[in-house]
Write a protein that binds this ligand. Structure first.
Ligand SMILES: Nc1ncnc2c1ncn2[C@@H]1O[C@H](COP(=O)(O)OP(=O)(O)OP(=O)(O)O)[C@@H](O)[C@H]1O
Ligand SMILES: [Mg+2]
Length: 275
């Protein structure tokens, strides 16, 4: 598979007709690579969820195309789209779409059932996914009996049970308290790091957006900025490590080869003296 996962060209989405016509997306061009974590940010009504729905092949654009691994998805029939979505994508949305009256296990199993995986294998994989989110002990409970954070974790288990290439998350922590939200974030980012799952997250939460490799800002249906924050973060981390190393050396009284104390302030003074 190629490094590039999604390519979006000239994407437009128009809702409604005549008087109620509204252009929610007005020409989006975008490339997303495998393994990236991408935050889609912007004001309410700017088109974030619309874009995510199109990227996730849950809806079709009015104009433009989306290539998934080089395949032009606009050429695919609905049945093929459904199959592709079920195989490649996992979803974590703010409203927990679950069958409330069914068990946790059956909710997680659903994508595997659709994919035609055998009953035994389905159970094994669903239990594994529940273990990852720390809910194996709740497998037999009714989904409606769980807390909000637990429901969200079941959604994550269901999202990863098919070993997806991408997880789409629309405000995944929006309804949760900050502790539970932090746990959900931790699970999502560890899946990104350890399993190389691409994360595409719509969020209003600045802190969550900062944790992603990349931030795409949508304003009135257009991309108004696209920042690679992973690089900035790496540079900041390197600077911090350097500072700590200097501090450590300073405390232990280490000297540089030239006899100067390896400390920014001291060497700064020295330079001044030489002048
Ligand atoms: N099914 C629909 N029919 C008509 N208009 C729609 C429909 N879905 C969305 N819209 C409109 O399209 C625009 C973009 O909606 P979208 O849901 O993508 O916004 P958003 O950025 O996700 O906002 P929020 O942060 O509030 O979730 C809004 O003005 C909305 O009213
Ligand atoms: Mg939205």
């Amino acid at each position: 598979m190629t490094e590039n996962l999604l390519t979006v060209r000239g994407l437009h989405k128009v809702y409604g007709k005549r008087d109620s016509k509204f252009e929610a997306l007005r020409g989006i061009n975008l490339k997303i690579n495998r393994g990236e974590s991408v935050a889609i940010v912007g004001k309410s009504g700017s088109g974030k969820s619309t874009l995510m729905h199109l990227l996730a092949l849950l809806d079709r654009p009015t104009k433009g195309e989306i290539l998934l691994d080089g395949t032009n998805t606009s050429k695919l029939k609905q049945r093929q789209l459904n199959k592709l979505r079920n195989k490649e994508f996992g979803f974590v949305f703010q409203q927990f779409f679950m069958n409330a009256n069914d068990t946790v296990l059956n909710n997680v199993i659903l994508p595997l059932k659709i994919a035609g995986v055998s009953a035994k294998e389905r159970k094994r994989r669903a239990m594994h996914a529940l273990t990852i989110v720390g809910l194996e002990s709740k497998a037999k409970n009714k989904a409606s009996d769980l807390s909000g954070g637990q429901k969200q974790r079941v959604c994550i288990a269901r999202a990863i049970v098919n070993d997806p290439a991408v997880i789409f998350a629309d405000e995944p922590t929006g309804n949760l308290d900050s502790n539970t939200g932090a746990k959900i974030e931790e699970i999502l980012f560890s899946l990104n790091r350890e399993k190389d799952i691409t994360l595409i997250i719509v969020t209003h939460d600045e802190e969550l957006a900062e944790k992603c490799d990349r931030q795409i800002r949508i304003t009135d249906g257009r991309i108004t900025s696209d920042e690679d924050i992973a690089e900035e973060r790496e540079l900041a981390e390197m600077a911090q490590e350097e500072k700590e190393e200097r501090h450590r050396k300073h405390l232990s009284g280490d000297m540089d080869a030239d006899g100067l104390r390896d400390d920014a302030t001291v060497s700064h003074v020295k330079v001044k003296e030489v002048k």
